[in-house]
Design a protein. Structure first.
Length: 109
């Protein structure tokens, strides 16, 4: 798959995880007496770990070759190289699809 660097779903996923971790680290640093330099080192380490985690998830998302979707009671699996991904296939000519909500499952995990 082709997931861009500023993909909204990826940013949301990493920021949610990082937010919880930052809250725990912030509470620990607030209530426990550490030297000022130690607090700065922990903050810099947290930022670096978050960046590395983001890059790893970005690479992982780009290596995924299939995605699963759930539409109503049906599970749909789309693989890289599927006919629907082809530039020669035009969905509008063959299949009439009404508007519905698609829930993406395990796309970035």
């Amino acid at each position: 798959m082709n997931v861009g660097f500023f993909n909204k779903e990826l940013l949301k996923s990493v920021s949610a995880s990082a937010g919880w971790l930052f809250g725990v680290i912030g509470a620990l640093l607030s209530f426990v007496d550490f030297k000022e330099q130690t607090k700065k080192d922990v903050l810099i380490g947290f930022v670096l770990i978050t960046i590395v985690f983001y890059i790893v998830k970005l690479i992982w998302a780009n290596l995924i070759r299939n995605a699963g979707f759930k539409v109503g009671d049906s599970n749909i699996s789309v693989r890289h190289g599927d006919i629907f991904n082809s530039k020669y296939y035009d969905n509008r000519k063959f299949i009439k699809v009404p508007r519905f909500k698609i829930e993406v499952q395990h796309l970035l995990y």
